[in-house]
Write a protein that binds this ligand. Structure first.
Ligand code: NAD
Length: 428
């Protein structure tokens, strides 16, 4: 980080759908407004470099954005992520397909850059452990985007739990169904061998873990999963249409809490909302029901609904608006999550004297909603899910992953075989 000069130069790895929805509007807006907070003052954020597989999206973006964005370097090809990390950037955002997060994030941390990774951070606990270790060694931030934690409804849910109004969660279900367009077109290039649980159940895995269990003595005890195939890939292949995941937490007094999370990416494209998402959480003294798109707006336009104008839109995540004061804007909690990360980098680098940087770094690492050091249970669930589905696709369904006694293990029914997925002091 260059000393004294209040600029954060950002590198972006991956310029796909999520870049377009959240990072792009953030970089374009912050170019005009800069960041400001009394502790760090005015800090500029520049999109300085991008890395993609072919370079085509970078050039298309450069043309489309025109003066909305400043000059940026574009690198592409198999080594693009590593190349970008050697450039003069201070913070790197990783928005590649999820099985490529680890290599890109590792290269960035090794180069001493602050890192923000799209969800899920990584797919295996060993990878998480290594990224946390590197972030400590290099004295930088390593963070992950779970924007559902910034949804006002989820903030209220967590507030009720934190304030003791909703007491002791016992069980719940969540459902998140993506349209076929995601699996059949948007992600068709990299979907082979992948599943929608890792892609979107993690939103709810994190919401549950952070809202109900973070900072408590309860622990993740077991994970099970099954799923269906035959639409995106072959019925006996490794690519999944839908996934049903169950996480089980254990309280210190022996009571348990189980959560079923159902996901798919084969919902009809003409569904009235973009994504179908609902939850129900049951407590000792209450119940919470929420629906992400039925928050009150229902709209229908001849020739435009359900595509491109959905009948039940979610304007809270990310919407384009004409503000009452005449400006055009794009805003929502999806973009807010990106801005928060850059404010956290600004706090570390410019929020006080250089001699106190370490204290600021520790304070910002203590924000567990996005710090990798608090992502263990979420990555464990993803790691477990990936292992269970791999065995299932190879003809060994019904695996159970158990966490405890210093290990995370997978056991198959009718078999004495126990596979150790993770063993380590860092987490267990
Ligand atoms: N927060 C959310 O709600 C949300 C929504 C969608 C996607 N995501 C996450 O964002 C990530 C990207 O998803 P997307 O929808 O933008 O995908 P996408 O397929 O639209 O884009 C992927 C991008 O990564 C680039 N890329 C692929 N491999 C690369 C490599 N090895 N080096 C450099 N660049 C590489 C591609 O060129 C492309 O620009 C995924 O991890 C996904 O889970 C998050």
């Amino acid at each position: 980080m260059r000393q004294g000069q209040p600029v954060i130069r950002a590198g972006m790895i991956g310029l796909g759908m999520i870049f377009d929805e959240t990072y792009r509007p953030f970089f374009e807006q912050v170019r005009g407004t800069h960041l400001y907070r009394p502790d760090f003052g005015v800090v500029e954020v520049e999109l300085a470099a991008v890395a993609t597989r072919t370079g085509q999206r970078a050039e298309a973006y450069r043309q489309a954005a025109g003066s909305r964005i400043g000059p940026f370097i574009s690198v592409h090809g198999a080594e693009a992520a590593e190349q970008l990390c050697r450039l003069d950037v201070d913070a790197v955002c990783v928005a590649t397909p999820d099985d490529r997060h680890y290599a890109a994030a590792k290269a960035a941390l090794q180069a001493g850059k602050h890192v923000l990774i799209e969800k899920p951070s990584v797919l295996r606990l060993q990878e998480l452990e290594e990224l946390i270790r590197l972030a400590h060694e290099k004295r930088v931030l390593a963070k992950v985007v779970y924007h559902k934690l910034l949804d006002p409804d989820h903030k209220k849910l967590r507030t009720h739990v934190a304030d003791g109004i909703l007491k002791h969660v016992n069980s719940g279900y969540c459902s998140l169904l993506e349209p076929k367009q995601i699996s059949m077109s948007q992600f068709s290039e990299w979907i082979q061998g992948r599943n929608p649980g890792t892609y979107v159940a993690v939103h709810y895995v994190k919401l549950i873990d952070f809202s109900f269990f973070h900072g408590t003595q309860a622990r993740l005890g077991s994970v099970t999963a099954t799923g269906q195939r035959g639409l995106v890939g072959r019925a006996d292949g490794p690519t999944w249409d839908s996934v049903q995941l169950r996480m089980n937490y254990v309280y210190p007094d022996g009571r348990e809490a189980a959560f079923d999370i159902h996901t798919s990416w084969v919902n009809p494209d003409n569904f009235p909302g973009y994504v179908e998402q609902e939850v129900q959480f049951r407590f000792d003294n209450g119940i919470w029901n929420a629906h992400q798109r039925k928050r009150g707006v229902e709209v229908c336009v001849e020739g435009m609904s359900p595509n491109p104008i959905k009948n039940t839109p979610n304007h809270h995540y990310n919407g384009t608006f004409l503000e009452p004061w005449g400006e055009r804007s794009q805003r929502g909690y999806g973009i807010e999550a990106i801005q928060r990360f850059f404010e956290e980098v600004a706090e570390v680098e410019f929020g006080g004297p250089p001699s106190e940087r370490d204290q600021r770094l520790e304070r910002v690492r203590g924000l567990h909603y996005n710090d990798l050091s608090a992502d263990w249970n979420t990555v464990a669930t993803v790691h477990a899910l990936e292992a269970i589905l791999r065995h299932h696709a190879e003809g060994r369904p019904g695996g159970v992953v158990r966490i405890g006694g210093g290990r995370m293990t997978l056991q198959l029914p009718g078999s004495g075989h126990v596979e150790t997925l993770y063993e380590g002091q860092a987490w267990l």
